[in-house]
Each structure stands twice: as structure tokens, then as C-alpha cells.
Design a protein around this ligand. Structure first.
Ligand code: MG
Length: 225
């Protein structure tokens, strides 16, 4: 059976669940025609959505339009419930690069009818992730506001998304603390922390490269059949 474990430097960490947040960058909320959230807008992907350091990501063509969303991923080294933001910060074990792949047409139809985003966001291979760096080796949170730490996604060598991590609205620790009011958090849980503007379609054969300053890069080819 396939093991859904991310790699934190040289250690495999099984993932119980994947939290994602919508509209965590103002310019992306605007490009989607959405208002800014007053509190985090969380949703879940199942752990079976993971594609761990994939060479290729395959999404059936019949699912319709597929969009890239580059995101900073956080892996927890500790769990907990009802965490303060300070305690939540201490649950962060590492950081990596991820995509929150989205079936944009399916999502648009769901928004119209008020249906959940389960199909649009939770399908197999909708969460490609790269290798994770230990938090002590990449202490971005201590440098928040550092405009030089940015997310950068290219498709076939062309820049599609590029923006500073410092424009994130809710910090990773804030998202973890918020989720812990409703969910029991476990070691290995992932948080995908939202995408900057510039989301767009992926086609069969596209080469995607996703990078965040100082973290291992994630590169894969898209297959649509
Ligand atoms: Mg997203």
C-alpha cells in the first residue's frame, strides 16, 4: 500500500490530514473576486491527495480546468488542541514547497450552488509537495515581513506566480492555533498556507517548477489524459 509520508530532511513523516486556507493573500482574493476574510477560511484535503516529490502529476482530462496554486507548506512535529498562537508556533517541525492544485471549473460550479470544495480540491495528486526543511534550519517566521523571501512558480520556464511570503494575511502559527479550536492536531499534519496572485491553467505536458527562497524546490510534469 502507498505510504503518504512527507520527507523532513531525511525522515519520513506520515501525514494524518492536510489543512488548506483560501484567500490568505489579498491580491489573490481580489483576482478571484472575493472579499478579504475576517478569519481563516479553512478546508481539508485527504492525505491520499499527496504526491510526494513527484516526477509527474496525473489528473484526468475529464475533470476540466486544472489550476496551479503555489503555497508554503508547514509540517507539524507536535499535536494539540486549543493552542495559543505561541504554542502553535512550537508545533511547527518544518517547511516545504507545495501546490494546492484546483479544478477551477468544478470549484466555480460549487461556489454558484453553495456546494463544498471537496471534489475541486481533494482529488488524488492535488497536493504535490517537495522535501521539507527543519524549522530550525529555515526560520522564516522570525523574519516575517522579509520581502526577499518569495514564492515563485514557473510553467515551461515562464513566471506565472511570484510574490513575497510576507504578504500572507494569517501566519502559519495563527492558522494552526485557529484550526486547533475545532480539530485535534496530530504530528505530521500539514498546513498549506495559501497562494499569491497569478493562478492559471495547467495543460498536458507542462513542466512546473515551484520554489520558495531557501527551501528545496519542487518540479514535475503535468499529465492530463
Ligand atoms: Mg490554495
Amino acid at each position: 500500500m502507498k505510504r503518504y509520508a512527507v520527507i523532513l530532511e531525511d525522515t519520513a513523516v506520515p501525514v494524518p490530514k492536510i489543512f488548506c486556507v483560501g484567500r490568505n493573500y489579498a491580491k489573490h482574493a481580489k483576482e478571484m473576486g472575493a472579499d478579504l476574510p475576517r478569519e481563516p477560511m479553512l478546508f481539508l484535503k485527504p492525505h491520499t491527495a499527496l504526491a510526494i516529490e513527484p516526477d509527474a502529476v496525473e489528473v484526468p482530462a475529464a475533470f476540466g480546468e486544472l489550476h496551479h496554486e503555489i503555497e508554503l507548506a508547514v509540517v507539524l512535529c507536535k499535536g494539540g488542541r486549543n493552542l495559543s498562537v505561541d504554542s502553535a508556533a512550537r508545533t511547527i517541525g518544518g517547511y516545504g514547497v507545495a501546490l494546492d492544485l484546483t479544478l477551477r471549473g468544478v470549484q466555480a460550479a460549487a461556489k454558484k450552488t453553495g456546494a463544498p470544495w471537496t471534489l475541486a480540491k481533494g482529488f488524488d495528486e492535488s497536493a504535490p509537495v517537495g522535501r521539507f526543511a527543519r524549522a530550525k534550519n529555515w526560520a522564516w517566521s522570525k523574519r516575517s515581513g522579509d520581502a526577499e523571501t518569495e514564492l515563485h512558480l514557473t510553467v515551461n520556464g515562464e513566471t506565472k506566480q511570484r510574490g513575497p511570503l510576507g504578504e500572507m494575511i494569517f501566519s502559519p502559527a495563527t492558522l494552526i492555533a485557529y484550526a486547533s479550536q475545532y480539530f485535534t492536531l496530530e504530528p505530521g499534519d500539514l498546513f498549506l498556507t495559501g497562494t499569491p496572485e497569478g493562478v492559471g491553467p495547467l495543460e498536458d505536458g507542462d513542466e512546473v517548477n515551484a520554489a520558495i527562497s531557501g527551501l528545496p524546490e519542487l518540479s514535475f510534469r503535468v499529465r492530463r489524459r
